[in-house]
Design a protein around this ligand. Structure first.
Ligand code: HEM
Ligand SMILES: *[C@@H]1O[C@H](CO)[C@@H](O)[C@H](O)[C@H]1NC(C)=O
Ligand SMILES: *[C@@H]1O[C@H](CO)[C@@H](O)[C@H](O)[C@H]1NC(C)=O
Ligand SMILES: *[C@@H]1O[C@H](CO)[C@@H](O)[C@H](O)[C@H]1NC(C)=O
Length: 523
């Protein structure tokens, strides 16, 4: 296999020099789109492929190179991509003309990585619509209310754990990942993992392995994204068999147990088992939702109801797990970091929470929206450190983009063409968010909020294909911070990195050198 790979790389490099590299330049030139020429084979992604820079920095370089364009050409390996930098255009693509851009780009092949390949994220067109309609009821207000109990329980276990180790310097990421893992295991699978106590448990180990980025995995990802057919031929898997089969077994075992023993617990596995039987009701959005990113459910259920197979259900549960655990952990980790390095923000948040307690309230699904400053802190964290970098969309029906600049010519997108609607770099563009490096939750205050231009803040994506679980994630973050801030003061420690630089060899938004703080008891 190695020999085959080397020959393949050499010939493709040669081929690329002669043909593809120039062809991509010509492709953009002919369409009147600006671009940076990049490096053969790697395009504009050379530095991040070799961990000289973070992926976001490579994208940022292209984004910043042409400040007056609505969109520019991005060369990702050998693929020409249209990088959308204009908020109005993002609105058109993700909402107004959504019908032309329903799907994400193919990344996981259904035959090779069935768990990811069969997920809601990867599903296409009508199948995606049907699954989205099936799953939406799992994330309505009444379901979130039930899930909140799981979050609070795990949250208490975390604060207890901190108490026992109060003099330690904490690795925030490790701590938070144990929280989000336990939450999704409990709310999703009905499993009590308790990974703060049981440090070495298999579930935690498997979940961590799922996300490590090592050389082999990066190579596999590079080949799968740039040469999908070749990747398929080699049978390259991005996720090791051992890990995916572990999850599959865990889910199947739980489902069987519930079926046999008639166990009902109001978690995601229960909701999905109902969905597979077609007994999950309440497809319409409920009216009682307070203060959360309410998804405008524009999707109407189609008249035919699809029967989902067990494998399809397993795939969704796995995706909730994979999509939910790491991204939420990243966001919470950065909120803890920002509170440590911005003590005045932390104090203001503490005062809000303390006032809440003194009023005799306990946090509940109904009153969580009253914590207005908390909402601002969370949103400011998600602005500055959005876990997702862009919203990719594949054109499925021919579409004419308006000219990239006045006097330019329109750009014809054809089925299969890929666009990236930028998120991260727009959040950090001073044109939209003055002094973007400053952590200032008051950007989201009632007085200031109107100054935020639409489609310049979109941590959960936009339109019908946005994050299905945004309320779950927001609630999970709030429950954690509430308990933490009420009991502890977060302080900088020796290893707190400031200012943060991104870990270059990781696809995710993570701090180089890790995230460390200390806690001081408030009582
Ligand atoms: C802070 C945490 C999270 C962030 C920042 C986040 C962000 C996102 C983004 C940006 C998208 C794509 C949106 C688009 O392309 O317009 C997405 C999709 C998705 N997310 Fe999340 N997410 C988070 C937590 C979660 C959790 C907790 C779950 C599950 C329990 C989840 C499940 C999903 C699924 C299933 C999709 C695919 C939706 C579809 O294609 O219809 N996410 N998320
Ligand atoms: C919280 O801790 C208690 C005591 O260690 C344990 O019994 C319980 O299962 C934990 N909860 C979760 C959700 O892990
Ligand atoms: C549907 O929602 C209503 C109110 O939102 C609730 O009373 C009812 O119990 C729900 N039905 C199911 C099957 O969950
Ligand atoms: C925070 O962001 C969410 C979307 O992620 C939004 O629904 C909410 O209104 C925002 N809150 C404030 C105070 O801007």
């Amino acid at each position: 296999m190695i020999g085959e790979l080397i020959i393949f790389i050499i010939t493709s490099t040669f081929f690329y020099y002669l043909y593809v590299y120039k062809k991509i330049h010509y492709f953009f030139e002919r369409r009147g789109v600006k671009f940076l020429s990049g490096v053969p084979m790697f395009g504009n992604m050379y530095d991040s492929t070799f961990a000289k820079k973070h992926y976001v920095e490579d994208l940022n370089a292209v984004y910043r190179a042409f400040p007056d364009e609505k969109y520019v050409g991005l060369i990702e390996g050998c693929t020409p991509i249209v990088l959308i930098r204009d908020p109005d255009l993002i609105k058109m693509i993700t909402i107004k003309d959504f019908d032309h851009f329903v799907n994400h780009k193919e990344f996981f092949d259904k035959d090779i990585d069935p768990l990811f390949g069969g997920s809601l994220f990867m599903m296409k067109d009508d199948k995606w619509r049907d699954m989205r309609v099936t799953l939406s009821p799992a994330f309505t207000g009444s379901k979130m209310r039930l899930m909140m109990n799981f979050m609070s329980e795990v949250g208490h276990n975390i604060t207890d754990h901190i108490k026992e180790h109060i003099s330690d310097e904490f690795n925030v990421e490790d701590l938070v990942r144990r929280y989000t893992l336990d939450v999704i295991a409990s709310a999703g699978f009905g499993l009590q993992i308790n990974s703060v106590k049981d440090k070495e448990n298999e579930f935690f180990k498997m979940s961590t392995d799922l996300f490590v980025s090592n050389f082999n995995r990066k190579l596999a990802m590079y080949i799968c994204s740039q040469y999908p057919l070749f990747g398929k031929k080699l049978g390259l898997k991005i996720f090791p068999e051992e890990i995916t089969s572990f999850f599959k077994k865990t889910i199947t075992r739980t489902m069987d147990y519930r079926e046999k023993n008639n166990v009902v617990r109001h978690d995601m596995i229960h909701l999905l088992m109902e969905a597979s039987k077609g007994t999950l009701k309440n497809t319409s959005i409920e009216k009682d939702d307070v203060g959360f990113a309410t998804t405008e459910e524009t999707l109407k259920p189609r008249s035919v109801t699809r029967k989902w197979t067990e494998d399809e259900i397993i795939s969704q549960l796995f995706t909730f797990f994979a999509a939910g655990f790491d991204s939420t952990a990243g966001a919470i980790t950065f909120s803890v970091h920002e509170l440590a390095v911005n003590p005045e923000v932390q104090e203001k948040l503490y005062q809000e929470i303390k006032g809440f307690e003194e009023y005799g309230k306990t946090l509940s699904y109904e009153n969580v929206a009253q914590l207005k400053y908390m909402d601002c802190v969370i949103n400011e964290t998600m602005r500055k450190w959005p876990p997702s970098i862009f919203m990719d969309r594949v054109c499925s029906k021919p579409y004419k983009l308006p000219p990239p600049r006045e006097g330019g010519k329109p750009y014809q997108l054809n089925p299969g063409d890929i666009v990236y609607n930028m998120v991260n770099v727009i959040h950090m563009d001073e044109k939209f968010h003055p002094k973007p490096e400053v952590f200032d939750p008051d950007r989201f205050s009632d007085e200031n909020k109107h100054k935020i231009q639409p489609f310049t803040f979109m941590p959960f994506g936009m339109g019908p294909r946005n994050c299905i679980a945004s309320r779950f994630a927001l609630l999970e973050m709030k429950v954690f911070l509430y308990d933490l801030i009420l009991h502890y003061k977060i302080v900088k420690s020796q290893k707190t990195s400031y200012p943060v630089r991104l870990k270059k060899d990781d696809f995710r938004i993570k701090a180089c050198g890790g995230t460390y703080v200390k806690f001081e008891s408030r009582t």
